[in-house]
Design a protein around this ligand. Sequence first.
Ligand code: AMP
Ligand code: GLY
Length: 426
Amino acid sequence: MNILLLGSGGREHAIAWKLSQSPKLTKLFIAPGNPGTASVGVNLNINILDFEAIKQSVIDNAIDLVFVGPEEPLVKGIHDSFLADQRVMHIPVIGPTKVGAQLEGSKDFAKAFMIRHSIPTAAYKSFVTGQGHEAKQFLTQLKPPYVLKADGLAAGKGVVISTDINEANNTIDEFFDGKFGEASKKVVIEEFLKGIELSVFVLTDGKSYVILPEAKDYKRIGDGDTGLNTGGMGAVSPVPFADKAFMQKVEERVIAPTIKGLAKDGIDYKGIIFIGLMNDNGNPSVIEYNVRMGDPETEVVIPRIENDLVELFDLTGQGRLSECKIRISNQVATAVILVSGGYPENYEKGKIIKGLNDVRDVIAFHAGTKYVNGDIITSGGRVLALTGLSQTADESLLKAYTAAKLVQYEGKYYRTDIGKDLKPYI
Ligand code: AMP
Ligand code: GLY
């Protein structure tokens, strides 16, 4: 079959890499893609928010299935746009419709969904512009740290955690003053959850589901989880503290009620549900839902899936996922992200990347790279994800870090402690 994959990050290179290994694949197109996806498919220069151009390209290229990588087209209704167009309404889009995408697009919607379906999550209250006084009053009833969230998509910057009540009050003012436009005109204030975080990924056709490998990502720029938040500096899978007993609780208390809840609410959901979880002394609590795969988690999750990914997506599109049993490799995957110097603040682009052909024993997934005159140059904050796979955590780390040293470009930076915090659990 012919597949169109939307997106251009390390996540999409990892998905494209896996799809391209399937005997069921005829042609793979990626829009807009990157030099990594170009090595396993055909990149199309189309904006992922230009739904008309995407639909036209689906017709022109005889696409049989569309997989949506990032959240923005889903929250803006790409799936609905297909369903409303007679020419392409029969083409499966893997990714929820607008209403299902609200699980990520509106924190208030997600919290109300969890409460309605008895899914464990932090206690909360929502406030809208004009309710600043009430919001601040609510803060006085909570113990610090205070957790404040802009309701809508805010490019990963919409969550503020503060131990200082004055700072929290100022954040409320800033949000209501429109710091993130419409996205922060509503604010969710919630209880702080203790524990250690992990990411759980579920593929569902709305009735059945398969649980993909879990992962842990490293969001802060500096070693020891210090400094500014980033899109993600590394990831590991499996997560040693996510043992059988814990994952069983996750399935019973979170995954099954989420799938049942969507059906009960009349939401036909075909796609990925990414559950950000806190493990508090062996008990799971949901921090957030996303309606897509994580990045860089995908770069460690995908290499551990042994099934044919085209078949998994095809069965999802047809509503026949119950026919499939997921097979997961017991290898450990570690991804180290190479970033541009200065990221996540200002950084320079256009640095020539050398040494990529010398790396061995890793999968080098492209994120922010570009081809110019035969050279591969940096074109984003997160540049490459280097994934090592091995029977042991130590060896997978060694593979990723050996490659991280070999790749060269001006300003290269990476964290040196990915996976170290998990050693006590191994
Ligand atoms: P989000 O943008 O929803 O992924 O939130 C960003 C990060 O804030 C999460 O990955 C958590 O580390 C943290 N966080 C969010 N909500 C809570 C909470 N209720 N308690 C503790 N940490 C939280
Ligand atoms: N790595 C976190 C995310 O993709 O949201």
